[in-house]
Design a protein around this ligand. Structure first.
Ligand code: SF4
Ligand code: SF4
Length: 355
């Protein structure tokens, strides 16, 4: 049974308290065991969309980078391009944006290398023992890195219930093709009576799949890639999904891509979940969000399934409902975790080790 280490934090923790907690966690957990001299070590993080302030701070990422360098490793920060339009949809915009959020090499002490190349199509097809897929398309540099440290900020998620380590790995390290294969089963439609024809969804749809029809927005299903951008930008609740079945399928697909990102990293994977500033929506939303739950602490494990299960368990134990139930109660956010276990990525049974 894999260990999940936990350092608690006060409900409104400061950056200083978080910095001390990360150091304590790295000291007490098995972090140094994954560090080897000259290992090119990818540190997967999320720099937050424009106006997002609740992502994991670069100051905390720097603590991890310094620790890797002390062990002789060659750390680099990494990310992939998003499907939706925004500040992170290609490498140039993404890097400029990352630097503006404090993730530049001078600030963090490591270069930032996009794992999926300039436009999201630098990839490796990775065989996995999946239920849905036999192979998944993963960002190339993540596959070829010797070791992987996953820095995740658990939040609610409008399509998956929660976004934590599995989501950060699956969606966050898939190439564009991988992301499309995950999303292809989730296609929304527009409720004409609720649509004010404000045009926001038309502006943001990455595939030009939304067109005017009878003075309302209309989704051309054949063009839609199911990215959910229209849902995020519509303020009038006019965009509809069939959550129950489609979210479940998306979560399973995400878990299979997550497995593709870690399957070659046996003994070389370390996952950190920051249960701080937990918001209803993920850090991809281009707006400032208020935390939904008080801070709890930081979790670390070698097992991505265990660390996400512990995230749900600890939030439920402390607040009476877990992060997914507090964010999107209509979705069963545990499906991605169950599926991760089913395909052999990890175990939902773990040993909690308070630090
Ligand atoms: S954002 Fe919503 S209200 Fe505006 S055009 Fe699209 S569906 Fe209609
Ligand atoms: S219509 Fe489809 S492709 Fe366009 S924003 Fe909505 S989900 Fe994405």
């Amino acid at each position: 049974m894999e260990a999940v280490f936990f350092v608690p934090l006060p409900p409104s923790s400061t950056l200083e308290q978080r910095t001390r907690a990360v150091k304590k966690l790295l000291d007490a957990s098995e972090f140094d065991a994954i560090v080897a001299r000259k290992d090119k070590t990818a540190v997967k993080t999320h720099v937050g969309e424009k106006r997002n302030t609740t992502h994991v701070s670069p100051i905390l990422v720097k603590v991890i980078v310094e620790r890797l360098k002390r062990g002789g490793a060659l750390p680099f920060l990494t990310e992939t391009s998003t499907l939706y339009r925004g500040r992170r949809s290609n490498a140039v915009d993404h890097l400029n944006h990352a630097y503006s959020h404090g993730f530049g090499p001078d600030a963090v002490g490591a270069p930032f290398i996009m794992a999926d190349g300039l436009s999201g199509n630098s990839e490796q097809e990775v065989p996995i023992p999946g239920v849905i897929f036999d192979t998944v398309h993963i960002a190339r540099e993540a596959v070829f890195a010797d070791a992987l440290v996953v820095v995740s900020h658990p939040t609610g998620h409008m399509s998956e219930g929660i976004g934590a380590c599995i989501k950060n790995l699956g969606m966050g390290l898939a190439s564009r093709k991988g992301k499309l294969r995950m999303h292809s089963s989730v296609k929304p439609s527009i409720k004409a009576e609720a649509c004010t024809f404000c045009g926001q969804c038309i502006r943001w749809c990455p595939e030009d799949a939304i067109v005017p029809r009878d003075g309302r927005a209309f989704i051309v299903q054949e063009r839609c890639i199911g990215c959910g951008e229209c849902l995020a930008v519509c303020r009038f609740d006019a965009v509809m999904y069939d959550w129950r079945t489609e979210s479940a399928e998306l979560q399973r697909r995400t878990a299979e891509h997550a497995f593709g990102a870690v399957i070659g990293k046996k003994g070389k994977l370390y996952c950190l979940n920051f249960l701080t500033d937990m918001t209803r929506d993920c850090d991809c939303l281009a707006q400032k969000q208020e935390p939904l739950l008080p801070d709890l602490g930081i979790l670390a494990s070698r097992d991505p399934v265990a660390v996400d299960q512990a995230t749900l368990d600890l939030t439920r134990e402390r607040f009476g409902r877990h992060l997914g139930e507090a964010s999107y109660p209509e979705l069963d956010s545990g499906i991605q975790i169950e599926h991760g276990e089913r395909i052999g990525m990890g175990s939902r049974k773990y040993r909690l080790v308070p630090v």
